[in-house]
Design a binder for this molecule. Structure first.
Ligand code: SF4
Ligand code: SF4
Length: 313
């Protein structure tokens, strides 16, 4: 597991224990990009709060979710909640499933007491590719974890996607973060487990349960670990080289040729069976246009973020 990108700062706080005496609404903001499971996280949290007898208000935006657009969800709960949205500087917890999205929403977090839990996963949008050359600089966030720590009371940067990948299902990264969140909001553990289980497909219960435990244990360890040294806290990538790999699901490809025609680098072609195939991997910039434009979701672009991290060190 890549521990280098796991960072925790200011971790000496106690979990928030809820009871009927909660005077003000508690605000949790969940952000990410399409397909990461932002809405599932917010539904789990809303369901837990409701089961506790709190009034819950939830609002979400997921316009271009299926094409990698921004997705966010506000969850507010308490004895009485009037508004469904969280104002700037009012979030008690910010959960981010993507690094740059997390940084973008930081101004919403309470400066003195807010808790920031962020996946270090980087999803670089096509417009961040500044020139058509593999490994060219990207217009992507350059903040280091140290800089971020100056803006938050308590922060956890977790390599949740990689943890989930190692469990065999990268889609469980959101549940790794739920496991982390469960250490901050003190609903009873069996309630967390039951609710998470009820929101995932039956065949993925085992992997999601493991992901939940992994996130929970990671935070517990982070709270007792020695603070990271300077080298470890500088681990945020960016103007860096990286490599891209395409995963094409042949059975889903309908031979429409959209990816072939629109790839800016002309990396793709249809093979003899009229299935999209990578023919020039050395030219692929990882811009993800093919992934987002394929009407059949047959392409996934994997950026080697480990290479990005290495280059940034
Ligand atoms: S856009 Fe999708 S369905 Fe069309 S050729 Fe490419 S991979 Fe196949
Ligand atoms: S193959 Fe896909 S990710 Fe690579 S350059 Fe072409 S459109 Fe971009």
């Amino acid at each position: 597991m890549n521990e280098q990108s796991n960072i925790a700062v200011n971790v000496d706080s106690e979990p928030v224990a809820f009871n009927a005496a909660l005077a003000e609404p508690f605000n949790v903001l969940i952000v990410g990009v399409g397909g990461q499971g932002v809405i599932m996280v917010s539904k789990v949290l809303a369901s837990l709060a409701q089961a506790h007898g709190f009034e819950v208000k939830q609002s979400e935006v997921h316009g271009m979710a299926k094409r990698g657009g921004t997705v966010f969800s506000h969850v507010r709960f308490g004895p009485k909640v009037w508004s469904p949205t969280i104002a700037k500087g009012e979030a008690d917890v910010l959960i981010a499933l993507e690094w740059a999205e997390g940084l973008r929403w930081l101004p919403h977090l309470k400066r003195d007491t807010g808790v920031f839990i962020c996946d270090t996963k980087r999803i670089v949008p096509p417009f961040a590719c500044l020139n058509r050359r593999l490994g060219a600089p990207l217009r992507y966030s350059t903040e280091t974890a140290e800089q971020v720590s100056a803006y938050v009371s308590e922060a956890y940067a977790i390599d949740a996607t990689r943890m989930a990948e190692e469990l065999g299902n990268d889609r469980a990264a959101n549940v790794v973060l739920l496991g982390a969140l469960s250490t901050v909001l003190e609903f009873e553990l069996p309630e967390w487990e039951k609710t998470v289980t009820s929101f995932v497909p039956k065949k993925t219960i085992a992997v999601n349960s493991a992901a939940f435990e992994l996130g929970r244990n990671w935070i517990a360890e982070a709270k007792t670990a020695t603070p990271p040294d300077d080298a470890a806290t500088k681990a945020v990538p960016v103007h860096a080289h990286y490599s891209a790999r395409l995963e094409i699901t042949d059975a889903w490809c309908k031979s429409c040729e959209i990816c072939v025609m629109l790839c800016p680098e002309r990396c793709l072609t249809l093979n003899a069976d009229r299935i999209a195939t990578m023919t020039a991997p050395e030219k692929c910039t990882g811009c993800r246009l093919c992934e987002w434009l394929c009407p059949d979701f047959a392409i996934r672009v994997h950026l080697d973020t480990e290479a990005m991290m290495e280059a940034a060190r």
